[in-house]
Design a protein around this ligand. Structure first.
Ligand code: NDP
Length: 450
């Protein structure tokens, strides 16, 4: 008898914990997925025999490397870089690069695991990966960021390629960093090829890519509300973060007639009861992308707004969009949101809500969309950037906007297919986990034991 026939969820998770010491976020991500998958595969012997879940929870490979660079004072600095290639059953590895001092191998393994299911959900041929370094771009000069990116790519280039692994941006990696890394890759291999996504539009980037994650999270939110005969118009929203995902989520909420009350960064949050309109969002984008300033400056600029330390979840609103980072919304904060009447939560960030927080939303029957479904618009448009690069064409903003809307609708429908609880409530976590898992698992079955 195959071993997994005798293993229950607790025993399985014990094994995951033992094999991945000191990687709590990875264990948390596997736990969240496994509880749904254990139910789903209970009567499906082929998945047990092939040990599919066990194999998906073990990355294909983890590459770790030294990144040396010289700062402006001529000090030699040493950072650690990684690329986690989790699973390429349905397409080349695909997933962002994160530069943040908190990055560890465990963080990237969790993100690559989530990415595998997310990419599957998009319906596009993309496997899952993630990379990064414990480098802090904050406070560094452009020249320092350039030297770091070049050094990082000097090692990374040998592990990636347009049909092998196609990284993109993530926290701390925006257009500037992608430009420096793409330039270095091209210089080393002497080929122009679509090895990174999120590129500038002058050199092969896709229209709609910068907006796609934030807009997509709002489209998913709109789909959830529509499923219950509701709409975004006239509703208030609390949003965390003030980076790429948060500002574009705020923009789309505003365009659809909602009112955004908060944005944040790691220093605290601003509360603007008048609403953060397009003009103010543009000001925040400039503050963050050009001036590289702090969100607290917003309260100096706009009368009526206030700055507070901590996170924004105590501000009462109908909708919540965590768009900063993992584990930024805990059980108590989820209870506060519920108490204040939140109707729906759509995650722009990856795993921003703790497992306990998710249970609070489910128990209160609040519509709750996990990041792997709600923020998949970014990687979906990255997939479309890969297609455009391969075909040497570029589609316009309008066409890509329509494609993004359709893709998010398709993801929503897959979630409802597997997550409908029969009483009108949809468990989007379960729906996303099962739909994402099934496609990858079936591909792996076709390959045999590899
Ligand atoms: P950015 O670097 O553009 O912005 C990140 C934002 O989150 C900043 O406001 C940052 O504040 C804040 N933040 C980061 N770490 C923390 C922390 N520990 N505590 C509080 N605030 C924090 O990143 P993105 O907007 O691209 O990414 C945000 C989230 O969305 C991440 O979880 C990412 O994985 C996810 N995501 C991004 C995609 C994309 O296309 N960019 C695609 C899918 C998911 P500060 O400036 O102070 O650090």
């Amino acid at each position: 008898m195959p071993v997994t026939d005798h293993v229950n969820l607790e025993q399985f998770m014990e094994g995951v914990k033992k094999r991945n010491p000191g990687q709590p976020e990875f264990v948390q991500a596997v736990q969240e997925v496994s509880q749904d998958i254990f139910d789903f595969i209970q009567d499906k012997v082929e998945y047990h025999e092939a040990q599919i879940l066990r194999r998906i929870a073990e990355p294909d490979r983890v590459v770790s490397f030294r990144v040396c660079w010289e700062d402006d004072n001529h000090n030699i600095r040493v950072q650690r870089g990684w690329r986690v290639q989790c699973n390429n059953a349905i397409g080349p590895y695909k997933g962002g690069i994160r530069f943040h001092p908190s990055v560890t191998e465990g963080t990237l393994k969790f993100l690559a695991f989530e990415q595998t299911l997310k990419n599957s959900l998009t319906g596009l041929p993309m496997g899952g990966g993630k990379g990064g370094a414990n480098f802090n771009p904050k406070g560094k000069s452009d020249a320092e960021v350039m030297r770091f990116c070049q050094s990082f790519m000097t090692e990374l280039y040998r592990h990636i390629g347009p049909d092998t692994d196609v990284p993109a941006g993530d926290i701390g990696v925006g257009g500037r960093e992608i430009g420096y890394m793409f330039g270095q890759y091209k210089r080393i291999v002497n080929r122009w090829e679509g090895v990174l996504t999120g590129k500038g539009q002058e050199y092969g980037g896709s229209a709609m890519r910068p907006e796609a994650t934030g807009y997509g999270a709002v489209y998913f939110l709109r789909n959830m509300l529509k499923h219950r005969d509701m709409d975004i118009e006239g509703h208030t929203a609390v949003i965390s973060g003030s980076g790429n995902v948060a500002t574009h989520a705020a923009e789309k909420i505003t365009q659809l007639g909602g009112k955004v009350l908060t944005l944040s960064d790691s220093g605290g949050y601003i509360h603007d009861p008048d609403g953060i309109d397009q003009e103010k969002i543009d000001w925040v984008k400039h503050l963050k992308n050009v001036k590289r300033g702090r969100i607290s400056e917003y309260a100096d600029e706009f009368k009526g707004a206030t700055f507070h330390e901590g996170r924004p979840w105590g501000v009462a609103a109908d909708l919540a969009l965590p768009c900063a980072t993992q584990n930024e919304l805990n059980e108590d904060e989820a209870k506060t949101l519920v108490k204040n009447g939140v109707k729906a939560v759509s995650e722009g960030a990856n795993m921003p809500t703790t497992l306990e927080g998710v249970h609070v939303f489910h128990d209160a029957k609040v519509m709750y969309a996990p990041g792997k479904a709600a923020n998949a618009g970014g990687v979906a448009v990255s997939g479309l950037e890969m297609s455009q690069n391969s075909e040497r064409i570029s589609w316009n903003h309008e066409r890509l906007g329509d494609m993004l809307t359709d893709l998010m609708q398709g993801i929503h429908d897959k979630c409802t297919e597997y997550g409908d609880q029969g009483d009108g409530y949809v468990d989007y976590v379960k729906g996303a986990n099962i739909a994402g898992f099934k496609k990858v698992a079936d591909a792996m079955l076709a390959f045999g034991v590899v």
